[in-house]
Design a protein around this ligand. Structure first.
Ligand code: C5P
Length: 396
């Protein structure tokens, strides 16, 4: 059974579609509404779709003498709260249980997905963002709201995502329950994609990284229960549902973003292909053709991973090494100089390895000197092997 909690926001009408689609997919659905939610949508609309009476009263008489919120928490495979208001999120963060839905959440040990929807100023208020960050660290799964025209007339972040997006995350989460949930309570900071280093308003220097490995790692870590922060350079990929994605462009942007989230992370996997250099000067105006030769001066970017290695306290650090010669020796040198726990080395000249492909062939080396040669496999399967090794290193 899936239980859907509806709180008092204008987007509550969209949840009818979510309930209807999940019902058509064969799920048994129970709707719980807060008192305020019943002002936006009639419980009868939901009840006629899911074929169960809606619960909105804390003190319902149960004919079997059961304590309903405890029973429902046990019966549910997943709890979805859509839309979730700022008020409801604040209550959860504080552990307040003063109505049926908030009591149910506290009693529920199954995956809980929260889809916030509110005015953009409310959503970006630090009180709300801190509440969300706290709840994520406790294992709650959040769906990022969409950007668009809001009910209040403002344009910004805060719209409830489409019913299809919500349904996809619910179904994936239920399916992933069959996957071992061994990363619950852990925060994984994963970087992906290339960085781009601007020369002028029209041009930049970059590399061929597509971000596939980092996105596969993010998706698998999320499915295994981790709270995932994905810091991504520009790619064409869609962020896996349930992952917090931070978009960056340059190596300097990535540096600041990674440092910002480092303290709250348990594991950092740096699969991004970070540019080693950036143009010394950014030209505000388009650079003219001019002479037959053009000399570009570059300056070094900070080595993000080395900075983390120099300052880390408890975090497990995983680096990538794309090499074309002396794979093992070069990777071992990087492992030591950047103070890493693991390094994933690939010879980019091998068929089936490297940028843009769905497969990879790597050698994983750990700080204890173990060298594991992994045969050619999909980036998804490889992601799971890398995640397994991060757990093994945490136990060491
Ligand atoms: O030294 P090299 O660039 O080969 O190391 C690759 C590893 O270091 C990758 O994990 C990459 O994400 C990270 N890196 C970094 N900051 C840089 C360059 C590389 O974090 N400026």
């Amino acid at each position: 059974m899936i239980t859907i909690g509806v709180t008092g926001g204008i987007a509550a009408y969209k949840t009818i579609d979510v309930a209807s689609t999940l019902k058509k997919l064969g799920h048994d659905i129970q709707i719980v509404m807060t008192k305020n939610a019943t002002n936006f949508v009639s419980p009868l609309s939901f009840a006629s779709i899911v074929k169960h009476p809606v619960i909105s009263d804390m003190f319902l008489d149960d004919k079997n003498g059961e304590i309903l919120h405890i029973e429902l928490a046990k019966k549910s495979d997943l709890l979805l709260i859509a839309p979730a208001t700022a008020n409801f999120i604040g209550k959860l963060r504080a552990g307040i249980a003063d109505d049926f839905l908030s009591t149910l959440v506290l009693a529920c040990k199954k995956p809980i997905i929260i889809a916030p929807a509110m005015n953009s100023n409310m959503y970006s208020n630090t009180i709300v963002t801190e509440n969300i960050a706290y709840l994520k660290s406790k294992g709650f799964i959040f769906i990022e709201p969409d950007v668009g025209l809001l009910a209040c007339g403002d344009v910004g972040i805060g719209k409830l995502p489409s019913p299809e997006t919500i349904v996809r995350l619910v179904v994936n989460t239920i399916n992933s329950r069959k996957i071992k949930q061994d990363l619950i309570g852990k925060t994984y900071l994963i970087t992906a994609g290339p960085t781009i280093e601007a020369l002028d308003p029209m041009r930049y220097i970059s590399n061929y990284s597509t971000g596939k490995m980092g996105y596969a790692l993010s998706e698998m870590a999320q499915k295994r229960g981790a709270n995932v922060i994905l810091i991504s350079g520009p790619t064409n990929l869609i962020a896996p549902a349930g992952v917090t994605k931070i978009d960056v462009k340059s190596a300097m942007d990535m540096y600041h973003a990674v440092l910002k989230y480092f303290d709250q992370s348990d594991v950092v996997i740096k699969s991004a292909a970070v540019a080693d250099f950036r143009p010394k000067h950014f030209s505000d105006q388009k650079i003219k053709k001019g002479d037959d030769t053009f000399i570009l001066e570059l300056v070094k970017n900070p080595d993000i991973l080395k900075t983390l290695g120099d300052t880390k306290k408890r975090q497990i650090l995983v680096g990538f090494a794309a090499e074309s010669t002396d794979l093992i020796a070069n990777a071992q040198t990087k492992l030591k100089s950047k103070n890493l726990d693991l390094i994933v080395a690939n010879n980019i000249t091998n068929d089936g390895a490297g940028f843009g492909l769905t497969t990879n062939i790597v050698t994983i080396i750990d700080k204890n000197g173990n060298i594991d040669q992994i045969p050619k496999m999909s980036k998804d399967d490889l992601a799971n092997i890398i995640l397994d090794k991060t757990i093994a290193m945490s136990i060491d």
